[in-house]
Design a protein. Structure first.
Length: 278
């Protein structure tokens, strides 16, 4: 069963590409036609690509790994934040911090610094500082929160990147390619799909278009998370049952030992009694 359909994507405006003169020839397989100087994306291919990407995202989520959502465009920030939070995934909606993936340990240090500031504020260490020093620390904390707060729980490199507008987020895509991290991307007609592992050809500027695609993908991620919870619960129940069975077998084995010892004693005593009778 398809996670989206042609009519739904058409209503969301996913089919509108860029001006014909701005197109990237590598997107030719995904373009249906051209009208009034604007390329029209083939939504039948978009539906198929969304299903393909959603299935892959579901498997990543099912294995307990993280998917990093990236969109720094003004019109898509709120949608990304909302959808990523709904499935408990990290996201970047402010400026992409250069080296975030290729120099991940440094980013983690900055996140830890933010946590340390919180800790020192709570235990009263900063209570003796002047107002100016306290203001500087507060501003530094706010800046770190704005840029890195959404990835505070990302303790290791993500297993995948989901990018809105691969042309604008080209630095993030290059870093992921360098590290072999698969990239899922909404790719418009002016972008190059070459370095994207899971291409979703669609309008990456319209809010409704991005929301329709993200909803389908995040629903798949949520399914993967729920299936993982069910599997873990089943494993836990199976382990508990195995332990209970093992505990039940132990008394039976212990009960057999005295009986076996009595039989052996009887076998030894029987010949001795016969000899005494003779």
């Amino acid at each position: 069963m398809a996670r989206t359909n042609f009519d739904q994507l058409l209503q969301a405006g996913c089919h509108f590409g860029h001006l014909k003169r701005k197109w990237n020839p590598a997107m030719a397989p995904y373009i249906y036609t051209e009208r009034n100087g604007i390329h029209i994306i083939d939504l039948h291919k978009t539906v198929a690509k969304i299903d393909e990407a959603a299935d892959a995202l579901k498997q990543i989520a099912k294995s307990g790994k993280k998917i990093l959502f990236v969109a720094t465009k003004k019109q898509t920030k709120e949608i990304i934040a909302e959808k990523a939070q709904s499935v408990g995934m990290p996201y970047v909606i402010e400026r992409w911090p250069g080296g975030m993936l290729t120099n991940f340990p440094t980013i983690r240090k900055a996140v830890k610094k933010m946590a340390n500031i919180d800790k020192l504020m709570q235990d009263g260490t900063y209570s003796n500082l002047s107002k100016r020093e306290l203001l500087q620390i507060t501003r530094q904390r706010a800046k770190l929160e704005k840029n890195l707060g959404s990835i505070a729980d990302l303790t290791r490199l993500p297993s995948a990147l989901f990018v809105i507008d691969v042309m604008k987020e080209n630095i993030a895509v290059r870093e992921a390619n360098r590290l072999g991290i698969p990239v899922f991307g909404i790719v418009d007609t002016n972008s190059d799909p070459k370095n994207i592992d899971f291409v979703i050809p669609a309008n990456d500027d319209a809010k409704d278009s991005v929301e329709a695609i993200l909803t389908a993908c995040c629903n798949a991620i949520n399914e993967g998370i729920e299936e993982r919870k069910v599997e873990k619960a089943d494993e836990k129940a199976a382990d508990a049952q195995a332990e209970a069975d093992a505990e039940e077998v132990k008394p039976k084995r212990q009960a057999r030992k005295p009986r076996k010892a009595a039989e052996e004693t009887a076998e030894v005593e029987a010949p001795a009694a016969e000899e005494a009778a003779e």
